[in-house]
Design a protein around this ligand. Structure first.
Ligand code: C5P
Length: 304
């Protein structure tokens, strides 16, 4: 007999605006974080098992921890504790989102594991409780659950959905190796040590361009306060950004804490051309054309 399982597919994200405030007493930073979910996906399958374990396949999966520091494992443990039940489950992650790429891959796996376990276990956790567990797992995890487009405030976990018209076309230049998110935030603080850092606010022009579905209006508003820090730690990314724009992108920016770079294209054709040019260049490991917004964590398969 086949063991019961549930599979959930979870998108990557790009931060179209990431405004970072001064460091808080708890070590986090207040953000105005405009998230857009894009159609690059990890899949998480939860299968009935006698004990809690995790496996991971796909590019970069050797970099993903398989102990209790794995975010999918932590998600299963938190959900089990929330319901006072045994956390025994087998989690299998198929990665397509770059590992440590600034595209919320770990957060996607956490949100996927949470939803897959909730369905497998029949615990029927109310949405607000799932979001609270997500926030405990990481600042970006609530967004991985809901997807679409949203403004994240606080440390990024307090979400307000944003209206978006149509579909935006993106290209991601994927780098070899990752960047550590805490290291990038630390470098950001170091670079701004003598500056007066304002409270982070969303840019009204950017929100208007998203709502209008207008890539030409969105391009000049793309902004990431972590970009100088990512470039300081990985200077070669400046060349990647130039190469994407030279290949026809409307604009480019470092995705989240990097090192993936995101490029906005006018349409699908332009995106394909930018992806081809970047993939054939020395500026990145590979390049992927994709679109957003797309829905968040979604069940794709089930066996009873
Ligand atoms: O919340 P998450 O585990 O994704 O955060 C990873 C690290 O990124 C934190 O430990 C912190 O160093 C940094 N961070 C931050 N401010 C935020 C979100 C993350 O400083 N709003």
């Amino acid at each position: 007999m086949t063991a019961a399982s549930r599979t959930v597919r979870v998108p990557a994200k790009v931060n179209v605006q990431l405004a970072v405030g001064p460091p808080r007493a708890d070590g986090f930073h207040d953000l105005a974080n405009v998230f857009l979910a894009v159609a690059l996906y990890d899949e998480v399958t939860a299968t009935e098992a006698g004990e809690l374990s995790v496996g991971c396949t796909g590019p970069g999966s050797e970099l993903v921890p398989t102990g209790e520091e794995n975010l999918a494992v932590r998600a299963a443990l938190l959900l089990a504790r929330h319901h006072g039940r045994d956390p025994a489950v087998r989690l299998d992650i198929v990665k397509d989102i770059p590992v440590a790429g600034g595209m919320a891959g770990g957060s996607a796996d956490a949100a996927g594991a949470l939803l897959a376990c909730d369905q497998l276990w029949g615990t029927r956790t109310p949405h607000e409780e799932l979001l609270a567990i997500c926030a405990e797992l990481g600042s970006d995890v609530p967004f991985s659950l809901i997807g679409g487009a949203a403004l994240g405030e606080g440390r990024g976990e307090r979400l307000t959905r944003l209206p978006v018209s149509g579909t935006f076309h993106w290209v991601f230049a994927l780098a070899d190796g990752g960047l550590s998110t805490p290291a990038v935030y630390q470098e950001c603080d170091r670079l701004r040590a003598d500056a007066e850092v304002p409270a982070p606010l969303p840019d009204p022009a950017l929100l208007k361009a998203l709502a209008a579905g207008d890539p030409l209006a969105l391009a000049p508003t793309l902004a990431n306060d972590l970009q100088p820090a990512a470039l300081s730690l990985r200077p070669a990314l400046a060349e990647t950004l130039k190469a994407g724009v030279a290949a026809g992108a409307l604009a480019g920016l470092v995705s989240g804490s990097g090192p993936s770079c995101a490029f906005l294209a006018a349409d699908a054709e332009a995106a394909a051309a930018v992806a081809d040019a970047l993939a054939g260049s020395a500026h990145c490991r590979t390049a992927r054309a994709t679109t957003g917004p797309v829905p968040g964590a979604t069940t794709i398969d089930s066996h009873a």
